[in-house]
Every structure is written in structure tokens, then in C-alpha cells.
Design a protein around this ligand. Structure first.
Ligand code: KIV
Ligand code: ZN
Length: 390
């Protein structure tokens, strides 16, 4: 039997909107245009360029990105309010490929304390918002904010009404990162099975990372029928951030055997794009961050380094080149073994006999106990020192 064709998962990047909402991550117009172009080069399908009603700067960024950046759908965010939607369209209207994203909170907590609206009012405003956006543009996304904490019956009702009003994508946000993978999988499964017109829209997910589960929750949703993941470069976003684009994409790619899904991301652009966003926002990428962190393909333990030198797949499930690193980094330190030292010495141009290597290895271990990392210059010095003695 031939394997089934992988399902295409739309990658919706919100670095320029939710990502920019990370405290201290504001970007100016020139920087936003640069990031938008990098996202196109990376191969994302949709760029959420901003929230035009929030400021003149945000409006202008969405307008210029929509007018000048091609190769992805450009999206602007709006609450379910006339002024918001009109302003979003004002920013998007000269773009070739655009989407309006309208949202309204649906959970009991938000209804009662933030919006002071009952369920009927929420449905009415959601429908009005989607219809107004639809009067401008065919491509409409609707998000019931805080969907993960919304009563299931009501969530089904809102989603069905939004699709009937013209939403082409329904996005299910876990706004406060409250969901767990099994819980979120059930929410998506429930919507797929209970909303009668669900096949007229793409199901999207937008997961926050408050419990460190945004990527896991997004993947659980994909397994249950979600066709779009909302994510950001380096997982930037409100509070603990959003689903990290690089992690979700590489999980789908590395485990395509399991997910039977694919994206159009040019994965070799992941590291350069991560670095660009980090430099622009000033948000440092933690060293051990999966996929794009400096340590993601670095090995220090002797047993691991020996395995890597014999066959990289012993300790690496992805090739560093596939995400945009130049090569695996065998970090020499106190956990490293003789094989890694021999390999580095050869790379530095020293051809040591077994006896010479043994002697240098003794010195190397002594030095490694005093230093966190041994650099090429240290190794050269150890060898030179021994050469004069041997
Ligand atoms: O987290 C959230 O609910 C959002 C919506 C606007 C989609 O960012
Ligand atoms: Zn969000």
C-alpha cells in the first residue's frame, strides 16, 4: 500500500503582532519590514503584520507590509468592532493577498468580567464582526478568544455562527496557556465532530506557553484535524510567549512518519531568521533552546562525541544543516573523550601518534577540570608543549 499524501499545515506567523506584544520587543517600521521579508524567505503562508487600530505606527506597518511584501498572505487583527475592522481594512486594502482576523472573547470569565456581555450578545457581535470584515475581503479568520476555557456547547455555537457568517478560518486560541495536550486534543476533536459546517473552514490553533506546552498543544491539535498553526519566531509573545515556529515545524518534519503532515517552510532559514529576530528585538535566545539555540547541536560528553564521530544519527535526530547551522559542534570540555580530542587535533593539522595523543589527553583533562570549555587555541598550545617534550 502506498503511503498517504502528507496533509499541508498552514504556518501563520504572528511575530509582528503577538510576538511584538512581548514586553520590551517593540520594532520600528524598518525592522518590521525586514522581519516580514525574512518571513517570506522562510516560507510562511500568513504573516500577521499587526493590529492597525492600536497605533499609527502599527497601522503604517501593516499598510506598508501589505503593499510591498509579496509571497505570503498579509493579515491585520481587529476586535469585533466597526472602527477596528474598518481601520484594519484601510491598512490592508491595497495589498494583493490579504486577510482580516477578527476576535472576541467567549469564555465565562471574559464574558462576565471583561466584556460584561451575555452569550447571545457575544454571538451577535461575532456574527456582525465577521460579516463586516467579509464585506471587505473574502479571506476572514475568526478567533473566540480564550476558547480553551470556554464551555464546549457555547464554543460550538460561536464557531458554527462565525463560519455561517463567512469565516474561512476559525482559530481556537489557548489565550492563557491553560490547556494540556490531551485536553486541547479533545477540544479540537469535539469541534470537528460537533460543528456541522466545520468542513467549510480551516481549523487553526493559537497556543500560549504559560505552562511550557504551546508546541505540544499545537501538535496535539494537528493530530486531531487542525490545519493551521499560529506561531512566532523564537516563541516570542505575550507573557511566556506563543508556540515556537521553529519547534513546531521541525517536529512536523522530523516526525512526518507520525504526523503525515508537511509545511512549506524552508527549514535552512530557521537559524538565520531566529538570529535576525533576536538581534532586532534584543530578546536573547537561550543557549539550550530546541532547534535554534547555540547548544542545540553541541555535544560535550565523550560517549556522545565518540558516537557522533562514528555515525551522527546516534545522537542527532536532525541534521544541523537542515535548520541553518553550518555543522555539529563537538564542544571540548571535561566530559569529552579521546576520540573527540583526536578528531579536533587532526582538524587543527596535528597528526599525533597513539602515544602522543595519550600524553596530550592527560594534559587536556587537567585543563578541562579548570575551564568550562576548551578552545582550539588551548589544544594547539597543549600539543605544541608536548611536542617539545616528546
Ligand atoms: O491569545 C489570543 O487569544 C490572541 C487572539 C487575538 C487570537 O492573541
Ligand atoms: Zn495570543
Amino acid at each position: 500500500m502506498s503511503p498517504s499524501k502528507p496533509r499541508k499545515i498552514t504556518i501563520f506567523d504572528t511575530t509582528l503582532r503577538d510576538g511584538e506584544q512581548s514586553p520590551g520587543c517593540s520594532m520600528n517600521l524598518k525592522e518590521k519590514l525586514e522581519v516580514a521579508q525574512a518571513l517570506v524567505d522562510l516560507g510562511v503562508d500568513v504573516i500577521e503584520a499587526g493590529f492597525p487600530i492600536t497605533s499609527v505606527g502599527d497601522f503604517e506597518a501593516v499598510r506598508q507590509i501589505a503593499n510591498t511584501v509579496s509571497g505570503a498572505t498579509i493579515c491585520g487583527l481587529a476586535r469585533c468592532r466597526e472602527q477596528d475592522i474598518d481601520r484594519a481594512w484601510e491598512a490592508l486594502k491595497y495589498g494583493k493577498d490579504t486577510r482580516i482576523h477578527v476576535f472576541l472573547a467567549t469564555s465565562a470569565i471574559h464574558r462576565e468580567f471583561k466584556l460584561r456581555m451575555d452569550k447571545a450578545e457575544i454571538i451577535r457581535r461575532a456574527v456582525e464582526g465577521v460579516k463586516r470584515a467579509k464585506s471587505y475581503c473574502d479571506n476572514i479568520e475568526f478567533s473566540p478568544e480564550d476558547a480553551a476555557r470556554t464551555e464546549h456547547d457555547f464554543l460550538c455555537e460561536v464557531v458554527e455562527a462565525a463560519i455561517a457568517a463567512g469565516a474561512t478560518t476559525v482559530n481556537i486560541p489557548d489565550t492563557v496557556g491553560y490547556a494540556t495536550p490531551t485536553h486541547f486534543a479533545q477540544v479540537i476533536h469535539m469541534l470537528v465532530n460537533r460543528v456541522p459546517n466545520i468542513d467549510q473552514a480551516v481549523i487553526s490553533v493559537h497556543c500560549h506557553n504559560d505552562l511550557g506546552l504551546a508546541v505540544a498543544n499545537s501538535l496535539a491539535a494537528v493530530e486531531n484535524g487542525a490545519g493551521q498553526i499560529e506561531c512566532t519566531i523564537n516563541g516570542l509573545g505575550e507573557r511566556a510567549g506563543n508556540c515556537s515556529l521553529e519547534e513546531a515545524v521541525m517536529a512536523l518534519k522530523t516526525r512526518s512518519d507520525y504526523y503525515q503532515a508537511e509545511t512549506t517552510i524552508n527549514t535552512q532559514r530557521l537559524v538565520p531568521t531566529s538570529r535576525l529576530v533576536s538581534n532586532i528585538t534584543g530578546m536573547v535566545v537561550q543557549r539550550n533552546k530546541a532547534i535554534v539555540g547555540r547548544n542545540a547541536f553541541a555535544h560535550e560528553a565523550g560517549i556522545h562525541q565518540d558516537g557522533m564521530l562514528k555515525e551522527p544519527t546516534t545522537y542527532e535526530i536532525m541534521r544541523p544543516e537542515d535548520v541553518g547551522f553550518t555543522k555539529t559542534d563537538l564542544v571540548l570540555g571535561k566530559h569529552s573523550g579521546r576520540a573527540a580530542l583526536a578528531d579536533r587535533s587532526r582538524a587543527l593539522g596535528y597528526h599525533l601518534s597513539d602515544e602522543q595523543l595519550d600524553a596530550v589527553f592527560v594534559d587536556f583533562k587537567k585543563l578541562a577540570d579548570k575551564k568550562k570549555e576548551i578552545y582550539d587555541g588551548d589544544i594547539a598550545a597543549l600539543i605544541e608543549q608536548r611536542n617539545t617534550e616528546i
